[in-house]
Design a protein. Structure first.
Length: 171
């Protein structure tokens, strides 16, 4: 089973084993759907427990689970990822695609010439920036917008870009 991070544990809260979580997703409603809190490292589940309650507090979520009874037990989960299974991911909108579906995709220009492999992205406000590992070493950057990224095919793992939109990372 594949897990995805939606938050991190910032530490314990209070004396009764509550955890203080910070969301790493824009879709805060995912927390309302949780029946179990799954915690892990590197997207691997390490701990799971039934949620007694979860409530927002300032910029955090305070959660109480059945199997953590005191602050010392809660403190050991600081830094853990809050995970959900792939089955809980919301459906993508028409113009959206999950990163895990395109990571490692072959990138070609509008003429079909191979540019490299998609290896990372940078969140930059209006449009994310894709980082492409060149065939001969080094990296290109390209803004993920309709003017530069012409098509994304997650099934075939191919991305077609406008060659003029590529920027050499070494500049």
């Amino acid at each position: 089973m594949r897990f995805f991070r939606i938050g991190t544990v910032k530490g314990n809260h209070g004396l009764d084993g509550e955890l203080k979580l910070v969301a790493t997703t824009d879709n805060i409603a995912l927390f309302d759907e949780l029946e179990y809190l799954i915690l892990g490292k590197n997207h691997q589940m390490i701990f799971s427990s039934q949620i007694e309650y979860i409530e927002p507090q300032n910029n955090y979520m305070i959660v109480k689970v059945k199997d953590i009874k005191d602050m010392d037990s809660a403190a050991k989960y600081k830094g853990f990822e809050v995970l959900i299974p792939e089955s809980m991911l919301p459906d993508e909108e028409d113009d959206e695609v999950y990163w895990y579906k395109i990571d490692g995709s072959k990138v070609v220009d509008e003429c079909g010439n191979e540019i490299g492999v998609l290896c990372d992205y940078i969140e930059s406000g209006a449009a994310d920036v894709f980082r492409i590992r060149k065939i001969n070493g080094g990296y290109y950057l390209i803004s993920n917008n309709k003017d530069h990224v012409l098509s994304i095919n997650p099934e075939e793992k191919i991305i077609i870009v406008l060659k003029e939109g590529l920027v050499d990372e070494d500049i």
